[in-house]
Design a protein around this ligand. Structure first.
Ligand code: ACO
Length: 330
């Protein structure tokens, strides 16, 4: 069984309710039909009757719950919750209503916050920033977590590295600037994501262009500090750094550059030192090694919300919905 089939099986074992707010995109309906047919999750689509008719025609979504954001008996409850959550920002009921009607992502997050859904998948026709921002504002981080980050579960074909070609790469999606504390937290969240999705022990490498002090630069110092913080804060996690990518993955290089490290040469969870490196890195592996890249999956949020690539296919949405449902089971 491939990675995503295992995730679908896990999702089916304890079905969750996932909201798809992009009723203005045909791929939403294509994916919903497949999800309902395979019984991966219960589906809520947010849209007006006109949107559902225009974009959903021809797809069997009879098993989905349709929520019309202009005529929903629960709407006042969501407006009240929005105002309560954003009280410090001075959001009025009128502003809350306008925002929810203009941007269904807000509506979807409020459904989760009020216990009417377990997670959200969006981003087929919205940018990552616009997909993530409502979740950051309304759902916030898990207790004890300071920053949300985004990982890709990479499935690399014919690969002797990682866990039979499976890796977590992070942060590839969220934080344009990451400091040492945040990088240490990304390492811990990524380790948890790896063990929950892959079911094996995470071995976390904090990456740099330097291995164990081979280069001197502020960017290297940042990663060294992150390693120190992470080792102190999360002694139970197998992690090491700073490591270059080859030292992290290849045992013979690790022996030369990082002798004695338990992670070097065996890493399966790669923490990048910047969003540029992470985002470019996952796309390189996806395109050149023809890897499946599942994500970006957000980690650290109080409830699961996940983004899609705007170039995604309906099957990608199905996969991300299954991953979101599995996150909601935790
Ligand atoms: N973790 C937790 N909370 C956060 C984070 C974070 N990483 N970032 C921002 N926030 C909070 C802020 O504290 C703020 O809270 P408040 O409104 O209660 O005060 C709220 O989120 C909004 O923050 P802003 O800084 O006003 O929002 P911003 O416009 O900067 O949006 C965002 C944040 C969307 C994450 C931004 O940093 C961003 O655009 N990141 C890059 C996304 C991207 O383009 N990724 C690459 C493409 S993904 C791909 O290729 C698949």
């Amino acid at each position: 069984m491939g990675f995503i089939d295992e995730i679908k099986a896990k999702a089916k074992a304890d079905k969750k309710t996932i909201v798809l707010p992009e009723s203005m995109d045909k791929r939403t309906y294509d994916a919903a039909e497949k999800i309902l047919k395979e019984e991966i999750a219960n589906i809520v689509i947010i849209g007006t009757p006109e949107e559902i008719k225009e974009y959903g025609e021809g797809y069997d979504i009879s098993g989905a719950t349709i929520v019309d954001p202009f005529n929903d008996p629960n709407k006042q409850k969501y407006i009240d919750k929005f105002v309560e959550l954003r009280a410090k920002k001075g959001v009025t009921p009128e502003q809350a209503q306008e925002q929810m009607e203009k941007d269904y992502m807000y509506y979807a997050c409020l459904m989760c916050k009020c216990g009417d859904a377990d997670g959200v998948v969006s981003g087929a026709c919205h940018s990552t920033g616009n997909t993530i921002r409502p979740a950051l504002q309304l759902l916030k981080t898990k207790p004890g977590i300071s920053s949300v980050s985004g990982f890709f579960l990479m499935e690399v074909p014919n690969c002797e590295f990682g866990e039979n070609g499976l890796f977590v790469f992070a942060d590839c999606a969220v934080m344009p600037e990451v400091n040492a504390e945040q990088m240490a937290e990304v390492a811990a969240l990524s380790a948890e994501s790896f063990s929950s999705f892959v079911g094996a022990e995470p071995k976390v490498a904090l990456l740099s262009f330097s291995t164990m002090g081979s280069a001197k630069h502020d960017n290297v110092t940042k990663v060294q500090e992150a390693v120190k913080i992470a080792k102190e804060k999360y002694p139970e996690i197998a992690l090491d750094g700073e490591l270059q990518l080859d030292a992290a993955l290849v045992p013979s290089v690790a022996e030369l550059k990082a002798p004695g490290s338990k992670v070097a040469g065996h890493a399966n969870t790669l923490v990048f030192p910047s969003l540029e490196a992470g985002n470019i890195g996952y796309k390189l592996v996806q395109r050149l090694a023809k890897a499946n890249a599942y994500g970006p999956v957000l980690q650290g949020l109080s409830m699961p919300v996940n983004d899609l690539s705007r170039g995604c296919f309906a099957d990608d949405i199905v996969g991300v919905v299954a991953m979101t449902a599995v996150q909601a089971q935790k």
